[in-house]
Design a protein around this ligand. Structure first.
Ligand code: SAM
Ligand code: SF4
Ligand code: F3S
Length: 442
């Protein structure tokens, strides 16, 4: 059988990492990847459960696949990720087109499940939490990423139980991968041509293996000559420890953008959410980091219209956004998730929620437009990732993760080069590499 898998991924970066590792795994039983659904005989949907629409998207997506295969033999349909974990048996009942349901801590069993299904044609679900076996298994299967910028999961799961969030239920308790395994994976990636590593975890700065912390991992990866940039996400204010803050004094490769979700600017709402810190704690972290390097910028997630958020609480969020001048941030209206403490609370009206979201986004976008504008006519460092789809210009990212599109040279891919920014919009910087400008002058 000619085995072709089509993988579609929703959700966070950890799902992107997982999808890549799933492919590294199914390759071992003869699968090749296809980007044409119609060509596939195995369709895998890696799902996200964080908001209501995310789940509905899954069923909608399966509907689209059905349509494409209306007059053809159906592919094996696998649903993985956080919806799979939360719904397991329910999914097989609600949508009989699905054949295998597999949760995020069971990916080490995926090849067995596929073979079992192909053998017996019997529907299967596997949603046991077993992070240790998962990572022990994945260690033996090399991460084949050859992208300039790659993820490495170092920690998974969450013990914080914010009242709104499903992650502790879908990803299980906190588990930190062994230090040596992570370093080994980073080395292999650097040999494959990877130049930027983003360390991932649901609470990445809660990483703890023996006496090793996130700061130890950063400083060890820093020693790898080929790795030019290091990032980590997503961190929690509660785990922003002194050793991690101090790493910004030493590290030359740790990027100056910190994604540190605050969710709300009001202590009252933070308490209702069970976030376990105050705004003053957050500001302290901000001030300490700014004192180390004034170029450090912050990005955040904002959860708008959480039950109990009144106008004053909301104003406090807007004021915090103005004060910290967050860039590259995300904002969402609270969506009640089944099984969480906040699932049955009285909702703020849709109209007020949308109004508040709009105000928050307007302020965030303003910050972003101004931050990008301030770089016009400046030379900035860009890690060049690839040519654009049209093949004439290049794509890279600034130190702050902002996409940069510019005229450059093929030899620059994988290098950090100087780009002169000519213009910008809310999301992107445009320009020309200094080399290219010099070539034109010569
Ligand atoms: N661990 C991270 C933290 O503590 O900030 C967040 C991880 S969560 C996958 C990403 C973001 O989704 C959260 O920061 C929050 O803003 C948003 N989110 C989580 N649950 C949500 C819900 N029930 N409704 C809307 N947004 C939600
Ligand atoms: Fe969810 Fe809170 Fe854990 Fe983040 S810290 S993953 S928001 S429960
Ligand atoms: Fe979604 Fe699961 Fe990530 S719920 S945001 S895919 S951890």
């Amino acid at each position: 059988m000619n085995k072709k898998i089509f993988i579609k991924t929703f959700g966070c970066q950890m799902n992107v990492y997982d999808s890549n590792r799933i492919f590294d795994t199914v390759k071992k039983i003869g699968f090749t990847k296809t980007d044409k659904i119609e060509e596939s005989n195995c369709y895998l949907l890696n799902t996200c459960h964080i908001r209501h629409k995310a789940k509905e998207k899954v069923y909608h997506e399966i509907g689209r696949v059905k349509e494409k295969f209306k007059f053809k033999k159906k592919p094996m349909v696998i649903v993985s990720g956080c919806v799979a974990q939360a719904e397991n048996q329910e999914m097989l009942k609600r949508e009989p087109y699905i054949d295998v349901v597999i949760g995020p801590q069971a990916y080490h069993k995926i090849n067995d499940k596929i073979m079992e299904y192909l053998d017996k044609q019997k529907k299967l679900d596997e949603t046991e939490f077993d992070a240790i076996s998962k990572f022990n298994f994945l260690k033996k299967i090399q991460n084949s990423s050859k992208k300039i910028s790659s993820f490495v999961t170092i920690q998974e799961g969450c013990d914080k139980f914010c009242h709104f969030c499903v992650v502790p239920y879908t990803r299980g308790p906190e588990y930190s991968r062994p230090f040596d395994d992570i370093i080994e994976e980073a080395k292999i990636l650097s040999e494959n041509g990877v130049r930027e590593i983003t360390l991932l975890g649901q609470n990445v700065n809660a990483y703890k293996n023996k006496n090793y912390r996130l700061s130890d991992l950063i400083l060890e990866i820093e020693k790898m000559k080929e790795i030019k940039r290091i990032r980590y996400t997503t961190s929690h204010p509660k785990d922003m420890t002194k050793d991690l803050v101090d790493t910004y004094k030493i590290s030359k490769k740790l990027m100056p953008l910190i994604h540190l979700p605050v969710q709300s600017g009001s202590d009252k709402v933070l308490k209702l959410m069970n976030r376990k810190h105050l705004i003053s704690d957050y500001l302290k972290i901000y001030e300490n980091l700014k004192a180390i390097n004034s170029n450090i910028e912050f990005s955040s997630d904002f959860l708008i219209a959480y039950p109990g958020e009144d106008e004053d609480d909301f104003k406090a969020t807007l004021n915090l956004i103005k004060r910290i001048k967050f860039i590259n941030s995300f904002s969402f209206i609270f969506s009640p998730r089944p099984g969480t403490s906040a699932s049955k609370l009285n909702l703020i009206s849709k109209e007020t929620s949308l109004e508040r979201l709009e105000k928050v986004r307007t302020q965030l976008f303003k910050n972003q437009i101004l931050a990008n504008k301030s770089l016009e006519n400046q030379e900035i460092d860009v890690l060049v990732e690839n040519k654009t789809d049209e093949g004439t210009r290049f794509f890279g990212r600034s130190e702050y993760m902002t996409p940069v599109i510019f005229d450059g040279n093929d030899k620059d891919v994988g290098n950090i080069i100087k780009v002169k920014v000519t213009h910008s919009n809310q999301n992107t910087l445009f320009g020309e590499s200094i080399n290219k400008i010099e070539q034109k002058v010569a």
